[in-house]
Design a protein. Structure first.
Length: 147
């Protein structure tokens, strides 16, 4: 059985760049202008092909995207899984400490939770700062990012 789709946040930098390139390409149409050709190349790098196949249940279709967009989406899913694992580890650690009476006061519990929220916020901020740069002829190159 397939798991329910869980939406994730699209990195604003990536989304803005993709939207700008697609909008310029569509507005310009079939042009010989170098900037338009460059935008079409960006779009071609983002989506090299889309494969549509019947879903296993035969009631819908599955889309498979090939190209840089697939890589971007995969990295977003990886971060979602990473943050989900961090939350699970925190929950387990917190429960273990509560069972072991490791917290001497309610303030210590609150401080422990606040530290976790700060670490998770830092990880999410790192993700949101992930930039994509366009290198002439090379396509999209993600900046260094730790997971």
């Amino acid at each position: 059985m397939k798991a329910a789709f869980k939406p994730f946040t699209l990195n604003p930098s990536m989304c803005n760049l993709m939207t700008k390139a697609l909008t310029m390409a569509v507005r310009a149409g079939n042009s010989e202008h170098d900037a338009v050709k460059g935008h079409f190349n960006i779009v071609r790098e983002l989506v090299q092909k889309v494969v549509i196949a019947p879903s296993p249940d035969g009631k819908s279709a599955d889309l498979t995207i090939h190209g840089r967009l697939a890589t971007i989406l995969a990295s977003m899913k990886a971060f979602h899984e990473h943050s989900k694992a961090m939350r699970a580890d925190f929950t387990d650690d917190y429960a273990r400490r509560v069972r072991a009476s490791a917290f001497k006061s309610q303030k210590e519990k609150i401080d422990f939770q606040a530290r976790f929220r700060a670490v998770l916020a830092d990880e999410e901020a790192d993700w949101k700062r992930l930039q994509v740069s366009l290198v002439a002829g090379a396509g999209f190159e993600p900046a260094a990012f730790r997971l």
